[in-house]
Design a protein around this ligand. Structure first.
Ligand code: HPA
Length: 246
């Protein structure tokens, strides 16, 4: 049977504790090697694949991740649906650290990343993919229903994606607030757009791990992350467990 579901794990989820690993898939793609071998196995009887976005030792910074190779490799492995886990800073007051959300839209502030397969290389073609709704609504609804079964409150909101690896200035966060962003992360793009180019279903499970710069005055962001990341990732694992077909 082909594997259909993959989880891309980020900061705070560099492995998937529920996954019984049966196979490490080492692939290279026309775009180079993915961040790590794809780990294929079973979670509660369902076949699934896990990919550590920042690499097995969590060393790759957001701008150095080979997003094109990651998405290409997942498709090569037969994946159709991807749940991307992202630790984010909260801009909206409702998104307190430890809470989770399935964002419904994106604003992209990244630059200089290899962000498309339509790159002008011979044979690459030119396609202006639609991105009006950047996430798969089907997958979002499945995650929202799973959260309901798991008893986890689930927000939505707009996901702003910055270049990193530094955190933002408070003026940058105020600009993002004016742009309508509810949360800020560093890895949501070009991942979502590449998934769309490959016609993969893609949704993001965002975990608030800190208040974004200046939102609640001058806080210690790293201390906040340390305090909230385990609670948030525990909720992510509960939602994932409920979202898999049994
Ligand atoms: N900014 C950007 N990315 C992040 C943050 C943040 O405050 N927290 C976690 N990822």
């Amino acid at each position: 049977m082909t594997t259909k579901i993959a989880v891309i794990g980020g900061t705070g989820m560099n492995q998937w504790p529920g996954l019984e690993i049966e196979r490490r898939i080492e692939l290279t793609t026309p775009y180079g090697a993915p961040s790590a071998p794809l780990l294929e196995g079973r979670v509660y009887g369902t076949r699934a694949i896990f990919l550590a976005r920042h690499g097995e030792g969590h060393k790759l910074p957001p701008h150095a991740i080979n997003y094109r190779a990651n998405l290409w490799a997942l498709r090569e492995a037969g994946v159709q649906s991807i749940v991307a886990i992202a630790a984010v800073g909260a801009i909206a007051p409702w998104f307190e650290p430890g809470a989770v959300a399935v964002p419904q839209d994106i604003v992209d502030y990244t630059w200089g990343r290899e962000h498309t397969y339509s790159d002008g290389r011979e044979g690459s073609g030119l396609e202006h993919v639609e991105f009006t709704e950047p996430y798969s609504e089907r997958l979002r609804q499945a995650l929202i229903e799973a959260a309901g079964r798991a008893g986890v409150a689930m927000g939505a909101g707009i996901h702003g994606v910055t270049q990193g690896p530094r955190l933002e200035s408070s003026a940058e966060i105020r600009r993002m607030q004016r742009d309508g962003c509810d949360m800020v992360g560093m890895t949501g793009m070009p991942e979502a757009a590449l998934a769309r180019e490959l016609k993969l279903d893609y949704a993001c499970l965002a975990v608030s791990v800190n208040w974004a710069a200046g939102v609640m005055g001058l806080g210690d962001i790293h201390a906040e992350i340390h305090q909230s990341i385990e609670t948030g990732m525990g909720r992510v694992r509960a939602v994932l467990a409920e979202s898999l077909p049994r």
